[in-house]
Design a protein around this ligand. Structure first.
Ligand SMILES: [Zn+2]
Length: 314
């Protein structure tokens, strides 16, 4: 049996685990990422997490193949250096993360974008297990995603592609965090759902009501008309985006992750109906739209997969 350390770095915490090649967790932990400090502190936290896993492995006579790390932002084509683009981690620019971790731990280390690794995790161990062609989309504050073609992550030339949340959706639309306008993320993320619901509901709401995605879903279930309008619109926006991915890639599965995907079967059913409405029938014929199943374990599992795929012969 082969074992790897899978690490999922987020803006709030670091989740890490010792995982075997069947996806079984042997040890797991969580530490604050201290993302509002600086890159040196974040790297120190990551190394603490990895050392904790190494101690478990050594106590249990487990041989570790290496370390996989999922990080927000863009990682270079060698999968060793974080180039930037992670707005939620202070100073996370040009960080030679794999080298820093290898120097401290002597374990081969590989780094990749977090949404890509969640997709790889779902395709290997989760909702799209056994599928070779998969689109993964995570819907939250933003929209991230991954493309798996023929069982492998597709990331574009030099790892610069698959920004699935930033396909243009609305001509002349709202400004997006990426600098463009009218992106899918700006209209179909959970934040967009909340924003557009709040715009609709306006003065009807109590001024101190802090609206979030779950509240909009709860109001929808209670039959609130503005929540209904907002969610139906959300399914249209997101469905249209997904139809573009279906027409281009004709995947076996489109896996939807993020907190909102766990709202209930009605969420995925309505989304699937909308996506199929906009997609070309012949492209969508083999496509199933499903909910992610690994929850917040997808990132660390995908990170471990990366190690198993990249360091097969050590
Ligand atoms: Zn954008």
């Amino acid at each position: 049996m082969r074992y790897a350390i899978g690490v999922d770095l987020g803006g709030t915490c670091i989740k890490y685990a010792v995982i075997d090649e069947n996806g079984k967790f042997h040890y797991e932990g969580k530490l604050p990422s201290k993302a509002n400090t600086d890159s040196e502190t974040v790297v120190r936290q990551l190394i603490l997490a990895i050392e904790e896993c190494m101690e478990y492995a050594s106590n249990n006579k487990i041989n570790l193949l290496g370390v996989g790390i999922g990080t927000p932002g863009i990682v270079d084509e060698t999968q060793r250096t974080v180039l930037g683009g992670a707005e939620n981690i202070n100073g996370w620019i040009n960080v030679p993360l794999a080298s820093l971790v290898e120097f401290k731990t002597s374990l081969p280390t590989i780094v990749h974008n977090d949404a890509n690794l969640m997709g790889l995790g779902e395709a290997t161990f989760g909702a799209a297990r056994g599928c070779s062609d998969v689109i993964f989309i995570t819907v939250g504050t933003g929209i991230g995603g991954a493309v798996i073609i023929d069982g492998k992550l597709f990331c574009g030339y030099k790892n610069r592609g698959t920004e699935l949340g930033h396909i243009p959706l609305i001509f002349g639309g709202d400004t997006c965090s990426c600098g463009s306008i009218g992106c899918l993320e700006t209209y179909a993320s959970t934040s967009a759902l909340v924003r557009r619901f709040t715009e609709r509901a306006g003065s009807v709401l109590l001024p101190n009501n802090d609206i979030n995605g779950k509240m909009v879903i709860d109001l929808y279930k209670q039959g609130h008309p503005m929540a209904k309008d907002s969610l139906e619109e959300h399914w249209q926006f997101l469905g249209q985006g997904i139809s573009a991915f279906i027409n281009i890639f004709s995947p076996q599965k489109v896996v939807i992750g993020g907190g909102i995907s766990e709202s209930g079967d009605f969420y995925i059913e309505n989304l699937a109906k909308s996506a199929k409405k906009y997609a070309i029938d012949t492209c969508a014929i083999n496509t199933e739209i499903v909910r992610a199943t690994l929850g917040n374990k997808a990132g660390s599992m995908g990170a471990a997969c990366l190690v198993f795929n990249k360091f097969p012969n050590i």
